[in-house]
Design a protein around this ligand. Structure first.
Ligand code: E4P
Length: 218
């Protein structure tokens, strides 16, 4: 499973890149606003740190404008993935861009029918938002199971299932069990993945016993 980080904060991306865990980055207009920076500058900087796909989202809602914005964004770096919303115009833009060999991430997916449309439009990635479905009382993970099953029925579909709006490690583990291709994870959730109380307890006991030996390895 590929791990993307869902942030536009350079310091967080740099720190994670050094762990070797990072396969890509996703941003969205909210994350760019949070960074307080210019989109072109921040995407360029991210692409210098991470060689995998870096999603940069268009802000336009009409097809022609989306293509104009995509042209600007893709000039930033080779690994820029154009992110478009799951709308009729977004999918039309996805089709046009993917036919030119440009990676497209279709975002704001909340149904299996939408995921099927994105695959037919040639999306490289479909982003179903699990946390936001949970927020309205629907089980977000059910959607991932449906999309993984549907895509598996049609080997011609090359679209990768990119699980988005992840809120906790359980979302990630469930997604991995279902065979989702990618998870985009907030930095705070990535940090949670390392921890288990028995690891802390076991390490404390080992260190205490090691101290008793009076030895040192170097
Ligand atoms: C996906 O690419 C989105 O940026 C993201 O996962 C949205 O997550 P949120 O629902 O926590 O805002």
């Amino acid at each position: 499973m590929k791990f993307f980080v869902d942030t536009a904060e350079i310091s967080e991306i740099r720190e994670l890149a050094e762990t070797g865990l990072l396969d890509g980055v996703t941003t969205n207009p909210t994350l760019i606003a949070k960074s307080g920076r210019n989109i072109a500058e921040v995407i360029a900087e991210i692409c210098e740190i991470v060689s995998g796909p870096v999603s940069a989202e268009v802000a336009a809602t009409d097809y022609k404008q989306m293509l104009m914005e995509a042209a600007v964004l893709r000039r930033i770096a080779k690994n820029v993935t154009i992110k478009v919303p799951l709308t009729p115009d977004g999918l039309r833009a996805c089709y046009a861009l993917s036919r030119e060999g440009i990676m497209v991430n279709v975002t704001l997916c909340f149904s299996a029918a939408q995921a099927l449309l994105a695959a037919k439009a040639g999306a490289s990635f479909i982003s179903p938002f699990v946390g936001r479905l949970d927020d309205i009382g629907q089980n977000g993970m059910d959607l991932i199971a449906d999309i993984v099953q549907i895509y598996a029925n049609y080997p011609a579909i090359k679209t990768e299932v990119l699980v988005a709006s992840i809120r906790n490690p359980i979302h990630l583990i469930e997604a991995a069990k279902m065979g989702a291709d990618v998870a985009t994870i907030p930095p705070a959730v990535i940090k949670q993945l390392y921890h288990h109380p028995l690891t802390d307890k076991g390490l404390a006991a080992f260190l205490a016993d090691w101290g008793k030996t009076g030895q040192s390895i170097v």
